[in-house]
Design a protein around this ligand. Structure first.
Ligand code: AP5
Length: 215
């Protein structure tokens, strides 16, 4: 099964993708994580995208499609959760071509519906384990009191460089201008299902599970 989690910054895509990896053995393909990895390993591409990401602008289609192509071609069995990809109509068309070329299909696009006020609070409170990527939130999922990540035991919690007010405004603007048209695109293809991303994390998990189990 191949699925897309679609929603604005802070909608909970990464949180839900990690749960699906744990419970269903799927493979999370987060273009944000791939780009951050390239940035921190100091590759040429990482240096090119660093400023773009810090501003909250979108990285070029060419770069992100290249990253996804590499992953799909190296695992043609699928079972992918696309998290943060596609983000433009060109990326959506490219994904469709890539899946066709490897004999795969896209099973569903899950829209995570939230409102902008909630996003600001979520982004402002987010921290991530620098070792395994587990996502925490100061209020809704606080870091463990013993300072060790619940998943891997590391104590290297980090806040993202683009999790600030100015960058978030830009990320939201990019979402509404370039990514939200994908809702119509997938609706027209009969592939769109929506869940209430404002519910608590467990309730969102249950709603997504119901969508996937009904396929
Ligand atoms: P990316 O890493 O994809 O960031 P994003 O889309 O802005 O999404 P986030 O990771 O911020 O949010 P999320 O929806 O995963 O929420 P999370 O689960 O963490 O992209 C970063 C940048 O990379 C882009 O700006 C762009 O520059 C570039 N980029 C990436 N992909 C690209 C592409 N395809 N094309 C071009 N450029 C690209 O949750 C957020 C917080 O809320 C957490 O603290 C969590 O604990 C909490 N939370 C989650 N769910 C709930 C809930 N139900 N209730 C309460 N709290 C919750």
């Amino acid at each position: 099964m191949n699925i897309i989690l679609l929603g604005p910054p802070g909608a909970g895509k990464g949180t839900q993708a990690r749960h699906l990896v744990e419970t269903r053995g799927m493979t999370q393909l987060s273009t944000g994580d791939m780009l951050r990895e390239a940035k921190s390993s100091g590759t040429e591409m990482g240096n090119i995208v660093a400023d773009v990401m810090a501003r909250g602008d979108l990285v070029t289609d060419e770069i992100v499609i290249g990253l996804i192509r590499e992953k799909i071609e190296s695992n043609t069995q699928g079972g992918f959760i696309f998290d943060g990809f596609p983000r433009t109509l060109a990326q959506a068309d490219a994904l469709s071509d890539l899946l066709n070329q490897t004999g795969q299909t896209l099973d569903v696009v899950v829209e995570m519906q939230v409102d902008d006020e909630a996003l600001v609070a979520r982004i402002a409170g987010r921290s991530t384990c620098g070792s395994c990527g587990e996502v925490y939130h100061d209020v809704t999922r606080p870091q463990p009191e013993n300072g060790a990540c619940e998943t891997c035991g590391a104590s290297d919690f980090q806040r993202r460089a683009d999790d600030n007010e100015e960058s978030l405004k830009n990320r939201l603007m990019e979402y509404y201008k370039k990514t939200s048209p994908l809702l119509g695109y997938y609706f027209a293809k009969n592939q769109l299902q929506s869940v209430n991303g404002l519910a608590d994390i467990d309730a969102v998990q249950t709603e997504i599970a119901a969508v996937l189990d009904a396929l």
